[in-house]
Ligand binder design. Structure first.
Ligand code: FES
Length: 164
């Protein structure tokens, strides 16, 4: 190797390192970045691809908090608890037209949908509007602790009351 070539390969950059040192550092840095990316994608690939959803069973609270002849809306759970003469029943508050959340109108004694004007009776029967079906009745039961549990994933095909 000539003296000139040796000078080129050992050419120093301002901080005192050789060009080779600089390339080694760049290579190691690039390798670290690539390994980090591979680790992130590997972790993502190996993680279970699961959608965690809340339980369809809503706890409406103690059965005693629903006075006779009352309609209680639990907007957070999207349900109504109605205490009628026959007993307590639960209904979905989701409109059967396009899925808007309905609201209980105590001054009118009806359940109304704010989206397209469907109206339902307190038993879910459609009174007017574009909704194709009545509101769904939901399976309800009383837990050992006296809480009213409503299974939002279990619509009933016929009316069912929880006796108090
Ligand atoms: S979503 Fe309720 S009337 Fe259309």
């Amino acid at each position: 190797m000539s003296e000139n070539e040796d000078a080129i390969t050992k050419e120093t950059i301002p901080d005192g390192n050789t060009r080779r040192d600089a390339f080694v550092k760049i290579g190691v840095g690039s390798l670290c970045v690539a390994c980090s990316g591979a680790a992130v994608f590997g972790y993502d690939f190996l993680s279970p691809n699961v959608l965690y959803e809340p339980s369809p069973v809503a706890n409406a609270g103690k059965i005693g908090k629903f006075p006779p002849d009352s309609v209680t809306q639990d907007a957070q759970s999207g349900i109504y608890i109605v205490h009628a003469a026959e007993g307590i029943y639960a209904m979905s508050a989701v409109c059967t037209h396009l899925g808007c959340l309905t609201a209980w109108k105590p001054e009118l004694g009806i359940i109304a949908c704010p989206c397209h004007g469907s109206k339902f009776g307190r038993d879910g029967v459609k009174l007017e509007g574009p909704a194709p079906r009545p509101l769904e009745w939901l399976k309800a039961s009383i837990s050992d602790e006296g809480d009213l549990l409503v299974d939002r994933s279990a619509p009933l095909s016929e009316k069912q009351f929880v006796r108090t």
